[in-house]
Design a protein around this ligand. Structure first.
Ligand SMILES: Cc1ncc(COP(=O)(O)O)c(C=O)c1O
Length: 347
């Protein structure tokens, strides 16, 4: 295989020809000043798909999460979220450093917070305490290996937060993957959260961007926070145009990525059952444990690279493979073969 197989992430997906054409023909208004027609259309489409009143386009998932936290908390209180959450572990402390809030990681299983632990952690504002300002969920859950939160769990978390007067934000960077895996609509998931964001730049294949969705009032409050963190956009019509095509045409094919992730896991399992249990693969992420192999994840990653496969260590002892539009059946076969060679080499 001549081109390297890139399984590091689904953000490497390139825009489709339809996206390129839409980008070329997009409006060129100033999103910040008077609004841009294409951005407005993308935001309305995102709101419609998530079942929310309004949307706000931003450059990244990290920024949509940060702006959601700023908007919900107004820079005071504690945020509760599953302890492996992307917002807690991979967004460089933006919660505390920029949004100025405290946070507490709640123990979880496959990305779902322990509901008793969450109940115990939610606390009201007192004389000496800001209290809980926000509860966050993540689906699909990146750190847990692309797991999908069960809708019943989301409903219970939302109800619990509501009982306590606390809003809920959901990091749905791969929300469309979650919907595809559950066989439901995106709004079936988003009904269990007050705000939600999703990325058009990942498996959906658009070059850039994420949309934050919520009530009209919430999104109006979010706009100045977006500006505050440098996310105000100007002639964003071109990238928004690709985002529209992404939502309209790319969601249906995500199950192909999920099937190939499972095929990859089944192939690895056939070589060494301890590497991964294919039953744990729910979407397009495969977490492979190499702890028992006597080699580090970095050494495995280098061995894959030597065989034309790019894959990133998820931590010192595991690798994360992410399938996407540019990973077909031949790439899966090649990667499984590479794995077999590496395993044989290690002995
Ligand atoms: C669950 C989750 N949230 C947020 C993000 C951040 O997205 P971005 O890279 O666009 O900032 C990612 C990126 O992989 C993610 O997996």
């Amino acid at each position: 295989m001549s081109t390297p197989i890139d399984l590091r992430t689904d953000t490497v997906t390139r825009p489709t020809p339809e996206m390129m054409a839409a980008m070329q023909n997009a409006s060129q208004g100033d999103d910040s000043r008077d609004g841009d027609d294409t951005v407005i259309k993308l935001e309305a489409l995102a709101a419609q798909r998530t079942g929310k009143e309004a949307g706000l386009y931003m450059p990244s998932g990290t920024m949509t999460n940060l702006v959601a936290v700023l908007t919900h908390t107004s820079r005071a209180g504690e945020v509760l979220l599953e302890r492996g959450a992307h917002m807690l572990n991979t967004e460089l402390g933006g919660l505390a450093a920029v949004a100025g809030v405290f946070y507490k990681g709640i123990a979880g299983t496959r990305g779902a917070m322990d509901e008793d632990a969450l109940r115990e952690a939610i606390r009201p504002m007192t004389r000496n305490n800001f209290g809980t300002a926000l509860v966050c969920m993540e689906t699909t859950h990146n750190g847990a290996g692309g797991t999908v939160l069960p809708l019943a769990h989301m409903a219970r978390v939302h109800a619990l937060a509501r009982e306590n007067g606390v809003p809920v934000h959901t990091d749905g960077a791969r929300l469309f993957n979650a919907a595809a895996a559950l066989g439901v609509t995106v709004s079936d998931i988003a009904q269990h959260t007050d705000s939600v964001c999703f990325c058009v730049s990942k498996g959906l294949s658009a070059p850039v961007g994420s949309v934050l969705c919520g009530t009209k009032a919430f999104i109006e409050r979010a706009r100045p926070f977006r500006r505050m963190v440098g996310g105000n956009m100007r002639q964003a019509g071109s990238i928004a145009a690709a985002g529209i095509v992404a939502i309209e045409t790319m969601a249906q094919r995500l199950t192909d990525d999920h099937h190939r992730a499972r095929a990859l896991a089944a192939g690895f399992h056939g070589i060494d059952a301890q590497l991964v249990d294919p039953a744990t693969v729910e979407t397009n992420i495969v977490r492979v444990s190499v702890a028992h192999s006597g080699r580090s994840a970095m050494q495995w990653s280098e061995a894959f690279k030597a065989r034309g496969v790019a894959v990133s260590p998820a931590d010192a002892r595991s690798l994360r493979f992410v399938t996407h539009r540019h990973i077909g059946d031949a790439e899966v076969v090649h990667t499984v073969k590479a794995c077999a060679e590496i395993r044989a080499e290690i002995g």
